[in-house]
Design a protein around this ligand. Structure first.
Ligand SMILES: Nc1ncnc2c1ncn2[C@@H]1O[C@H](COP(=O)(O)OP(=O)(O)O)[C@@H](O)[C@H]1O
Ligand SMILES: [Mg+2]
Length: 225
């Protein structure tokens, strides 16, 4: 697995603390219904979707949940790289009936965390993600795991994230500090909500250290009043 991910999550760093906070916020975001399936997406490419979801998956597994991280970015799959796994035998191979679930679930260095990589990149990603088979497999995974985390392509580019949002308990949007425009976040939220998806919150990623310190001091200052 990516050394960076293990060291971040195991440390007492601000990053590790940020992921523990995110974990708690997700757990408390829906009090009546436990979040069992979650899509992570953002408005555009390279805002940190795959990085954040990988760290979150480790953090959730460390908190005692049996977690499945699924790479549903069939256009630019990267989860296998983050965990140094082969991308052979992944979700697309299951959907087309070429492989069985138990052949494709890959264990990781983190206890209780399993990864389902994308598999062979298909010519028709949206069709596959919106298929009945996809819905069935998400339901099957819920029988085996406590939490299913789904990495998705960007919302504004293609319809895939919306198709996935319909079948899950919640969606987390990632934004990149100084890069993601406010109107892009608002538009992404609207697109998810238009199909009946539930946006649980927005993560501000790639915050420079100085700005971060400023943010924290302001935050605590506010609390102190
Ligand atoms: N908080 C962060 N700090 C530093 N680099 C980051 C951070 N989040 C993501 N990156 C880097 O940015 C690049 C894009 O991230 P990635 O997670 O692949 O984005 P996406 O899945 O949204 O396309 C990767 O090289 C990743 O390592
Ligand atoms: Mg990605």
């Amino acid at each position: 697995m990516d050394k960076k991910i293990t060291s971040i999550i195991n440390s007492k760093s601000r990053e590790a603390e940020a992921f523990r906070t995110l974990r708690t916020n997700i757990q408390y975001s829906s009090l009546d219904e436990e979040i069992k399936t979650l899509v992570v997406t953002s408005s555009a490419p390279s805002e940190g979707k795959s990085t954040v979801i990988s760290n979150l998956a480790v953090s959730m597994a460390q908190a005692g949940k049996k977690v499945l991280l699924v790479d549903c970015d069939f256009r630019k799959p990267t989860i296998h790289k983050k965990f140094a796994l082969s991308n052979n035998n992944g979700l697309t191979n299951i959907i087309i009936g070429d492989a069985k679930i138990e052949e494709c679930l890959k264990a990781t260095e983190t206890e209780r965390l399993y990864v389902l990589t994308c598999g062979t990149i298909p010519p028709n990603p949206s069709e596959m993600l919106g298929s009945k088979a996809m819905r069935k497999y998400i339901n099957d995974f819920k029988e085996i795991f406590d939490l299913i985390l789904i990495d998705a392509p960007p919302v504004l580019a293609v319809t895939d994230a919306q198709l996935l949002a319909v079948n899950v308990d919640g969606v987390v949007l990632i934004s990149s500090y100084g890069k993601t425009e406010k109107k892009a976040i608002i538009k992404s939220k609207e697109l998810i909500e238009n199909v009946g998806g539930k946006v649980l919150g927005v993560v501000l990623n790639m915050v420079p250290t100085k700005a971060n310190e400023y943010y924290y001091s302001k935050y605590y200052g506010h609390y102190g009043k």
